[in-house]
Design a protein. Structure first.
Length: 494
């Protein structure tokens, strides 16, 4: 707990109305979660305006309010120009700047963020470090799991989580940093030591509108990284030399840079890559040595993810040979090229691929080792970027033998309209549309032949489907297992 005056010590531009110096027990921006003693920060969102809930939160026990406009209440009101910015400053101050005491690595880019944090977690733990991870799937602190609402949560949640990591003596923390979070200022106050860029391809244009705006949003992680020298810890940017956006990010960051890549000359490189259905081998070239890597992860995109993680590990001071050994022991990440094995003579793979680039990467990888035919089940999320729907459909048709279009998370959109948007990208007769996702998975498994590969794309690790305003239980992996078992019973020869 802190007194209000102590909390405001780092907030320089504000006006205080209704004098007082109450004890602050926590910081909250969601009126539903306010408890006695909380400081409530009024945020203007797309659907809700926190200023309208001041009476409600004061009745619940809020002892102070941060607002962008004057509100009528009896408790102290801190007037600011930007509530979100103040929220980040106050959260960092309330929890005593926890990221100053952690080695914090942030990962941004369209694809690969979850896998890279997973690899980093493994490498750091294998070298005796205590770790924390915040990302799409969950938050983990020393392998204890906690739920998260967004890929990158809001600043009060983040700072509270980092404070818990400090209390539990975490050495290295790894966080997925989404473009939304950067644009909305959720990671302000996070003292990143290393920032990783994976790649940039079309996604989230419903929010960012153009690819240039999307590129600029991702670039905030690097432009805000270590703009002053002589800090407690040196800062470093890890950039994908094979992605065109890297040229921009090199210009906007003030810190030292390490690069990784396959095609272009880089500080850390993979050469002589060989991909099979069982795994991937390659030569890892660093500034210190050359290592042969034989890993269970499959595909060129997996090599890029490993390169990013290893480069960051080098920057963090990890032992290179031990990192290679960790990579070779990795079993994979839930919902990322995850094989569903029910003893069937064909392969079923579940992958989170939900962008044109990631879908093409996965299908191209499968094509390199498949002995039979490729079937892909793919949909597109509702209330999201509509422009990528025909692109996803065309990639599915062009890179498979059978493309099955279906529902993903339609949310409040009509699933039929989503399918129509996808179908505009391909010729009639080149695909099959089955609106029910379960039926689509069952159909692909029913017609699968020996040595075929079925890719179920888009949802990966998710265990739900959002239809309208309802969230129902739905796990592609479980649906596939049930369909395989049912098919095996009906046709024992399979």
């Amino acid at each position: 707990m802190k007194k209000l005056n102590e909390l405001l010590d780092k907030l320089f531009v504000y006006q205080l109305k209704n004098e007082g110096n109450p004890e602050i027990t926590g910081i909250e921006m969601d009126s539903r979660n306010v408890e006695s003693g909380n400081l409530f920060v009024c945020i203007k969102g797309a659907n809700f305006d926190g200023h309208e809930y001041v009476d409600d939160v004061v009745r619940k026990g809020a002892t102070a309010i941060v607002a962008e406009e004057m509100v009528e209440t009896t408790v102290p009101v801190i007037l600011v120009r930007d509530s979100r910015h103040a929220l980040a400053v106050l959260s960092d101050q309330f929890y005593d700047h926890p990221t100053h005491q952690l080695q914090l690595i942030g990962v941004t880019g369209t694809n690969g963020k979850t896998t890279i944090t997973h690899i980093l977690d493994k490498m750091f733990q294998d070298q005796g470090n205590r770790t924390g991870v915040i990302g799409t799937i969950e938050m983990r602190i020393n392998n204890q799991k906690y739920p998260v609402a967004n890929t990158t949560p809001e600043s009060p949640f983040l700072q509270k989580a980092f404070a818990k990591m400090v209390d539990e003596n975490v050495d290295g923390a790894f966080m997925e940093v989404s473009s939304h979070a950067l644009e909305m200022g959720r990671v302000r106050g996070c003292d990143f030591d290393i920032a990783i860029f994976t790649n940039l391809s079309q996604d989230h244009l419903d929010y960012h509108k153009t690819m240039d705006q999307y590129l600029q949003a991702k670039g905030l992680l690097f432009s805000q990284l270590g703009n002053t020298y002589g800090n407690r810890k040196e800062k470093l940017a890890v950039l994908n030399e094979d992605d065109p956006a890297t040229a921009k990010y090199k210009k906007v960051t003030a810190v030292q840079i390490m690069t990784y890549g396959i095609e272009n000359d880089s500080d850390v490189m993979a050469k002589d890559i060989s991909i099979t259905g069982k795994g991937t081998t390659f030569q890892l070239h660093t500034l210190r040595g050359i290592y042969k890597v034989q890993m269970k992860l499959i595909g060129k995109f997996s090599v890029y993810n490993v390169l990013a993680a290893v480069t960051a590990g080098i920057a963090a001071g990890l032992d290179e040979q031990k990192m290679v050994e960790s990579v070779e022991r990795l079993e994979g990440v839930p919902g990322r090229f995850e094989v569903v094995d029910g003893g069937q003579p064909y392969t079923v793979i579940v992958d989170y691929a939900h962008t044109p680039d990631s879908l093409e990467n996965v299908l191209t990888t499968i094509r390199e080792f498949v002995e039979g035919k490729i079937s892909v089940i793919v949909g597109c999320g509702g209330d999201r970027d509509r422009t990528k729907r025909p692109l996803m459909a065309k990639i599915a048709v062009d890179h498979s033998d059978l493309a099955i279009f279906t529902s993903d998370n339609p949310r409040t959109e009509d699933p039929l309209q989503i399918l129509k948007d996808m179908e505009e990208g391909v010729e009639a007769g080149s695909y099959t549309s089955i609106i029910d996702r379960k039926a689509a998975i069952e159909y692909a498994i029913d017609i699968a032949g020996e040595n075929d590969v079925i890719l179920i794309a888009g949802k990966g690790h998710e265990t739900y489907q959002i239809i309208g305003n309802n969230t129902i239980d739905f796990d592609d992996r479980e649906i596939a297992r049930e369909a395989i078992q049912k098919h095996n019973i009906q046709d024992p020869s399979k």
